[in-house]
Design a protein around this ligand. Structure first.
Ligand code: CA
Length: 417
């Protein structure tokens, strides 16, 4: 009951912000509801979560929101704003930078040896392979060499106050307060703008659920202990359904009679079926008998302009850690490199990264034309590429599954269905 009332008052607060935004278009980008009043509204939830008044007051003493960060719901900001996420603003070839992956791969192989005993233990308990764990550590903080500079409580408070996903960050903020209550020093709680912390950059709710003592010294330290951080990551992946013994996926060669419009989870099928359709591993090796039974879907992050992959169950688990095909592919390829593998076989062709607004408008237009677009968000996900491919196929266009001004112009010239 109390929770519902709080929920409603939070809703009302959001509404006030939205109405104020509509009525004052000429003013500087600033929400109208007082930040201090917002902070005060958090107290009942914090108290219910076991946070003391002393901890609560100390956490917010003198705190001001940081309105310079991305993903805020402020007047004057573009409706579709992905600038904070490299996964959606860089081309696949830039994001999956070969020199960077090579460097991280070499370092990762050395760190694998340094932490071998702990990694073997973690692998045995959780089933998550050591290569993936080291790869996530490499992707998130370049093996601890990147130190996010921002104050996590301030970031989470800002995002809960005036972010585009207020409810999510409100929950994370309360979880961060619980971490403070448990004795985690505020000085450790540094993050990127999105509030993730530690060597493997995890959110506070994940910390509360999965953090563990990986090196057996009786303390949990995801900032300084590699064993603690990687045991934590392994438990997260295990909790998200990691399939023991399976790889993230495989680079494949698409046969001429097939195309990129088959991409995406809805067209998942056993790897044996893909092989029957003419798909082959890009490295020329055969799939083992057990792998042939596993289900996988086709994933082509650059549409027809780059390598193709069969993404297995664990690819989707990595996506639950960070929801991006490029992120999961980065971690997958880096884990392969740490295992002894190398670069992608098919190169990325050079192509223009479309503007977010082009992607957004094309998604909206395809939806109007009856294509199943679940999200109109300006992000080039697998369903967006697939539906573009289906549209191109149905209209006799070149099938590249890639958003462009030309496809958008073509779709806009079509009569409504
Ligand atoms: Ca420890």
């Amino acid at each position: 009951m109390l929770r519902r009332r709080l929920h409603n008052s939070a809703r009302a607060l959001c509404l006030v912000v939205a109405v104020a935004a509509l009525s004052t278009p000429g003013l500087a980008a600033r929400p109208s509801v007082d930040f201090d009043a917002f902070i005060a509204s958090l107290w009942p939830d914090a108290k219910t979560a076991g946070v003391s008044r002393t901890t609560f007051d100390a956490a917010f003493a003198g705190l001001k929101p940081d309105l310079s960060i991305p993903d805020l719901d402020l007047p004057g900001r573009p409706k579709v704003d992905n600038r904070g996420q490299a996964e959606f603003t860089k081309t696949a070839a830039d994001y999956l930078s070969k020199p960077y992956l090579e460097k991280l791969g070499g370092q990762g192989r050395a760190f694998l040896k340094d932490h071998e005993a702990a990694l073997k233990r973690i692998e045995k308990i959780t089933g998550v392979d050591r290569y993936t764990l080291v790869a996530i550590w490499g992707r998130e903080t370049a093996y601890g060499s990147y130190h996010p500079p921002k104050d996590a409580v301030r970031m989470l408070a800002t995002l809960a106050y005036t972010g585009k996903r207020k409810e999510k960050f409100r929950v994370e903020l309360i979880a961060a307060l619980k971490m403070l209550q448990m004795g985690v020093p505020r000085s450790d709680m540094k993050s990127s703008w999105a509030g993730a912390m530690g060597l493997t950059q995890a959110m506070p709710t994940e910390y509360l659920k999965y953090a563990t003592d990986g090196d057996g010294d009786g303390k949990i330290d995801i900032w300084r202990s590699v064993a603690d951080a990687l045991a934590f990551t392994a438990r997260q992946l295990e909790g998200k359904g990691w399939a023991r013994g399976e790889r993230w996926g495989y680079e494949v060669i698409v046969p001429p009679r097939s195309d990129c419009s088959l991409e995406g989870p809805p067209d998942a099928r056993p790897i044996a079926d893909w092989v029957r359709m003419g798909f082959r591993r890009a490295d020329g090796k055969p799939f083992s008998k057990s792998v042939l039974q596993q289900s996988a879907y086709l994933m082509m992050p650059g549409g027809a302009y780059g390598p193709a992959f069969l993404a297995g169950h664990n690819f989707q688990v990595i996506r639950l850690y960070n929801t991006s095909d490029l992120y999961a592919l980065f971690v997958g390829n880096l884990s392969d490199r740490i295992r002894g593998g190398g670069d992608f076989v098919t190169p990325w062709k050079s192509f223009a990264q479309p503007r977010t607004v082009t992607v957004h408008d094309l998604q909206a237009r395809l939806k109007e034309l009856g294509y199943p677009m679940d999200k109109i968000d300006g992000k080039i996900g697998s369903n967006t590429r697939k539906q573009i491919g289906r549209y191109e196929k149905a209209n006799g266009l070149k099938i590249d599954c890639w958003p462009s001004e030309a496809v958008l112009a073509h779709a806009q010239s079509q009569a409504r269905q």
